[in-house]
Ligand binder design. Structure first.
Ligand code: UDP
Length: 242
């Protein structure tokens, strides 16, 4: 029924689950994100989610305070599993079937990541939540989102953020700032625009996966994006400003 995208990879940062808190998880925010996802699942969209962990722990911060970087990154990856399970719980309370698949095995609480299994779950209408990032230190969950999108043949990456899209200047500092309707991958890379990290952008570029950057806090935006409404900024087309 008018779906532009049948299979999506939704990237949620850890901070998206934090709401206005300084740390951790706001249950009300998680409930409302779960509600939005529930609505698109009901429309028949196959939804895979990569969730970050920045609301709990970031490897770079740990390393900055003297920790071994790889160890700190593993802690960050384990933090993402807590977020993944929190989302799973919220979705299942809405009667949405979900599976958490982790890149670091934790078989008591989640399935190990197996690509074919992930695809099968999606085909059966289950929401797949990828936890533990890529399983490798020195990577990010943005890069994981691009990687998993390519692996499961997602048509698009939805990068849900706290802003309306990508601007040519900081809209908080410059009232004249204009939002890009679309951008090329190369423009994002050469101008070092912080849409996603460069590894993630390069992976999407190489695999021709568009990225839609949009504001998660506007209710109904996930659905609008799935329906192909022009919200936020799409990376993957030509450079057009609104
Ligand atoms: N991380 C990692 N490898 C990955 C994904 C994540 O080492 O493939 C670690 C890294 O330390 C990162 C933390 O997990 O800081 C949390 O992920 P991220 O910062 O990407 O979360 P977000 O910013 O999306 O909340």
């Amino acid at each position: 029924m008018g779906l532009t995208y049948q299979r999506i990879l939704l990237k949620l940062s850890g901070e998206a689950l934090m709401g206005d808190l300084a740390y951790g998880i706001d249950p009300e925010v998680v409930r409302s994100i779960a509600q939005e996802i529930t609505e698109i699942v009901a429309e028949g969209v196959e939804v895979a989610i990569v969730v970050g962990g920045g609301n709990i722990f970031r490897g770079v911060k740990g390393a900055a305070s003297g920790m071994d970087r790889a160890t700190a990154d593993y802690i960050g990856m384990i933090a993402t599993v807590m977020n993944a399970m929190t989302l799973q719980d919220a979705l299942e309370r809405n009667d949405v079937q979900t599976r958490v698949l982790t890149a670091i095995e934790m078989q008591e609480v989640a399935e190990p990541y197996i690509r074919r299994r992930a695809i099968r779950h999606l085909e059966k209408g289950r929401v797949v939540i990828f936890g533990a990032g890529s399983g490798n230190p020195f990577f990010t969950t943005d890069t994981t989102a691009a990687l998993r999108a390519a692996e499961i043949n997602a048509e698009v990456v939805f990068k849900a953020t706290k802003v309306d899209g990508v601007y040519d200047a900081d809209p908080k500092l410059n009232p004249e700032a204009r939002r890009f309707q679309s951008l090329t991958y190369s423009y994002v890379l050469t101008h070092d625009l912080r849409v996603m990290d460069t590894t993630a952008i390069a992976l999407c570029k190489d695999n021709n996966i568009p990225i839609i950057v949009f504001n998660l806090s506007v209710s109904g935006n996930i659905r609008r994006a799935v329906m192909g409404e022009s919200i936020g900024t799409i990376v993957g087309g030509s450079c057009e400003i609104i």
